[in-house]
Design a protein around this ligand. Sequence first.
Ligand SMILES: NC(=O)c1ccc[n+]([C@@H]2O[C@H](COP(=O)([O-])OP(=O)(O)OC[C@H]3O[C@@H](n4cnc5c(N)ncnc54)[C@H](O)[C@@H]3O)[C@@H](O)[C@H]2O)c1
Length: 255
Amino acid sequence: MSNSTNRIAAITGGASGIGLAFAELWVSQGGRVVLLDMNAEAISSSVENLGGEAKARGVVTDVTNNDSVVAAFESIRLNEEALHVGVNCAGIARPAPSSDVSDDDWMLLIDIHLSGTMRACRAAHGLMKAGGGGSIINISSVASQMGMPKRASYCAAKAGIDGLTRVLAVEWAPDNIRVNAVAPGYVQTAMTDILVAQGKLDLRPIIARTPMKRLAAPAEIASVIGFLASDAASYVTGHSLVTDGGMTVDGNWYP
Ligand SMILES: NC(=O)c1ccc[n+]([C@@H]2O[C@H](COP(=O)([O-])OP(=O)(O)OC[C@H]3O[C@@H](n4cnc5c(N)ncnc54)[C@H](O)[C@@H]3O)[C@@H](O)[C@H]2O)c1
């Protein structure tokens, strides 16, 4: 029996990209997933592709709305009757020069990434505690550690997620709940594809300054989430695991 057999994982932003790749991994290992995403259409097709209601369920959820998040986790209490793993992937990217960024855009990015992660963690806590414990994995980014121009709200939110992860790890260790983060470099998902299509992202310099000379596939981030979710990481908590093909450790400035 693997770590995931018959275990329930709730995934915000689970209808696309990294969240969906983790859902595929979890289901392939015998687990069940609940996709919490604001995109109803993407939820329907993803649930079908994952094997239908026997393997997956979707709840249209907006992580910026606390009532919506609380209702989603209440539906897990009623339907799945347990929660073992929570993965917080919901996110958007909206690059803008800091001098021009509107208050609405600033608040939206912070609300989705940082406050949305907090809302989902808080809602997961009671269910996990009642079941004897669990593992939460928040999706941070290398942006939590680097000053990326035109991404002030994104970088600030991701740094906030790392801080939140450390605090919750300490507060909830007595409840047998581990809280960790994964900090990916650039990943080939809709988020990057859309920015490239909008002319807001040029992948060539990013690939050039990544020692592994490529982006990550979503499955390569999902497998790291899977490690942190599993008993193989039973003594790991409060950690943000950088998964970036060497981007942030690159000290190769020499000809
Ligand atoms: N793609 C990358 O290069 C990259 C790198 C580092 C970190 N990340 C982070 O990984 C996470 C997942 O991103 P992805 O690349 O898989 O993107 P994606 O666009 O493929 O998936 C994001 C999902 O979040 C959902 N979502 C957006 N706003 C929401 C809301 N308010 N409530 C609920 N769901 C919402 C979307 O509907 C979508 O399904 C994000 O937090 C992102 O910041 C991505």
